[in-house]
Design a protein around this ligand. Sequence first.
Ligand SMILES: [Zn+2]
Length: 455
Amino acid sequence: MKGDIKIGRFFGIDLKLHFSWWLIALLLAWVLATNFFPTFYPELSTKQHWAVAIVSALLLFVSVILHELSHSFVARKKGIHVHSITLFFFGGVADIESENMKPMDEFLMAIAGPLFSFFLAGVFALIFQNTTNSLFINAISFYLFQLNLVLGIFNMVPGYPLDGGRAFRAILHWYYKDLRKATRIASYVGKFFALFLIFSGIVQVITGAFSGIWLILIGFFLHFVAGLSYEQVIFYDVLSRWEVSKFQQKAKSSMMISGNINLKKFIQDNLANKHKLFIVKKGSSPDAIVDLTSLQSIRGADLEKFKISDIAIPLKKLGTLTPDQTAYTAFKKFLATKSHVLVVKKTLDSPKIEGLVFKEQVMNALVRRLKFGVDFPHSKLSGMNPVLTTQLAHQESLKQKKSKKGKTKNKVTKKKVTKKKLNSKKSSSKNSRIKRDTDILGLPKGLPVPKKPKK
Ligand SMILES: [Zn+2]
């Protein structure tokens, strides 16, 4: 995520803070110091209220980390990879490799977090009941008992992507043996719950309780994530059926070129070439790749000054696949490397290139499958290379612009470029990493909080 700060590493898992957390930590401390603690502990001074508020906010932060770590702990026990944990505005997100998970594993992993929150609530309840001599500890444990309880209960709501929703989905998955159906039902419940939160928030705001805004925000967020998570499951469902070898375009000898060729000459010679991509040799072995769409980055420069090797991408920088991996692995590597081509090799460390896989082809196949139910189509590249054509047209238009002629031609090229830019924006908006386990944190005034018991 953008704006993440790494704050440490626990058990091999990166712990990150999203910038929105700071905002909420400050807001929380302020609400606690000026509202919550003065109401329940009027005997403490203002300074003491602030001290208690800050310590409580920090301990809440630790509670959320422990909740996330308990998910991760179970995941690791089941041999599932955990990338990182990020704390943000609404709670925490553990980035866990979630494909191919057995229903039982998913169930245990999902309930581990809320169970630990309930355990923490119990611990703080005990501390609260047994500290009569220190108001300070009494106040902190009172607050943390409530918040951990709320955290546990809220996340056990059976709407996907909340923990309870994941557990519910795992049960449905086990029952129906159909992950897509299970996710659809669980995310419907999630969306319904989200709408309920939004509605309750609106009612609260209308009746003068502005803390309802928090519920509305959480509701919208949940609704959004529920839809997104379902989409990811569908992608997985479709793409994991296809092997990389189906998409692989064989590396042909006609695609092999030398790095010393002049770029302008190369473009002119290859206007009608159906290949978009060429393999640059170093000696007899492949060393880099020339991606014709990368020519856009040197738009306007004098092509004659460039050699092929100047715009080549070293093979080391590209993601590698093996033919037996799934298209879903390819999809994730496209997102991770932000590249639109991946290299296929027999084994990951083999020096020889077997072929190439293009993002466009994988995405086309996915869209056709989802929209029209067509199973694995082969899209043929057209004879004229659109990238090269645009590039040359632009060069031409620059010359004409200089001599104050041909304004219309330039416009046409610009239109093409904007269209392309839009397309690339569309694909990059899907670049977010696949996230799972979104935990939502209820704020003290957002949800009904139990009353302080009388002693
Ligand atoms: Zn959780």
